[in-house]
Design a protein around this ligand. Structure first.
Ligand code: GLA
Length: 340
């Protein structure tokens, strides 16, 4: 969006909800997220040599001199670290002055940070492919947070297509857009704030690496190979990943057949695996998931996102659940038409 002539523009990037395929992306597994009709909209004017941004939701003002060479994680206010990460990755010299509004709660597991990174990439005139945008945004996330997250969030947000969920192969970095039927409700319910900084997320990444050092890629491992892992905790972590990749395959097939009962069972099994084998859920989250699963009209519910709090996602008969957000599969990060 940058040029010598000042122009005003708007960009939008959605949040995402992961339907299934949790903690599989950083071992080259399968994930199945969907961009939602909640997101970040940035309205700005191009400038040279700086980024100045205010937010309707975050404190303070972000002011960065370009090119940005410092450590993004030290930028204050903290939401500015994602912007700094993108500016640094893109070696931006032309910036913008503007304001952002968001209706994705931060710290809820709905990828507000990945949405911000992708929106800033668009605002800085990123001209590469959607995959390149996602890879750049992932590196920016790492430099902003120090958490070794996978590529699911950024790849979903960069590539999303309205009305579709994204079946992501994190080994080949390919995305298949699968239509989401409109005769079911996809409901997100907020349970608790969390941050992945300082959480056991990095420990889980290391535990998967330990499993792979013993039996090779978890993407291709079988359950009988998993059973040979000596350490009981590492064995359970690996079992989650192998089973979860399988659940994603079955979930995508069931979605194509509109077999909601089967979808629900897979979600519920996925949650049990996160709770027992991967241990990224919390008692409060488990209680909320159990309560929804016991509600007539709910096909299935599970925790969504990195865990340790955040949101749950449920698939329900239309109109069953009123407490929560009924979300629609939405388009990905984009520059909005001037009057759109
Ligand atoms: C966070 C990370 C993703 C992914 C999920 C867990 O959202 O950013 O890369 O690992 O957790 O599935």
């Amino acid at each position: 969006m940058t040029s010598d002539v000042e122009t005003t523009f708007r960009v939008h990037a959605p949040g995402r909800v992961n339907l299934i395929g949790e903690h599989t992306d950083y071992t080259g597994g399968l994930a199945f997220p969907m961009a939602i009709d909640r997101g970040i909209t940035l309205t700005a004017t191009t400038t040279q040599g700086s980024i100045e941004l205010t937010s309707a939701d975050g404190p303070g003002q972000v002011h960065l001199r370009l090119p940005f060479h410092d450590d993004p994680s030290t930028v204050e206010p903290q939401w500015g670290s994602f912007i700094a990460g993108m500016a640094k990755e893109l070696e931006a010299t032309n910036g913008f002055r503007g304001h952002l509004v968001s209706d994705i709660p931060a710290g809820a597991g709905l990828s507000s940070s990945a949405a911000l990174e992708c929106a800033v990439g668009k605002a800085l005139g990123f001209a590469g492919t959607a995959l390149e945008l996602a890879q750049t945004a992932r590196r920016a996330e790492h430099s902003a947070t120090g958490v070794p997250t996978g590529i699911m969030d950024q790849l979903c947000i960069a590539t999303a297509s309205a009305g579709h969920a994204a079946l992501i192969d994190c080994r080949g970095l390919t995305v298949e857009q699968v239509p989401v039927p409109d005769d079911v409700d996809i409901v997100i319910r907020f349970v608790a704030h969390r941050t992945l900084r300082g959480s056991a997320y990095a420990e889980r990444v290391a535990q998967c690496a330990a499993a792979e050092a013993e039996i090779g890629s978890l993407r291709t491992a079988t359950l009988s190979q998993v059973a040979t892992i000596g350490d009981e905790t590492i064995r359970r972590r690996a079992r989650h990943v192998v089973n979860e990749n399988d659940r994603v395959r079955h979930f995508a097939d069931a979605l194509r057949r509109a077999d909601y009962v089967h979808l629900g069972r897979l979600m519920t099994a996925g949650h049990a695996s996160l709770r027992d084998d991967y241990e990224t859920s919390t008692p409060k989250m488990n209680a909320a998931v159990d309560q929804l699963n016991a509600t007539p009209g709910v096909f299935g519910a599970r925790m969504t996102g990195g865990g340790f709090g955040g949101c749950l996602v449920a698939i329900c008969e239309p109109g069953t659940i009123r407490h929560g957000w009924i979300v629609k599969a939405s388009a990905g990060a984009r520059v909005l038409p001037p009057n759109g």
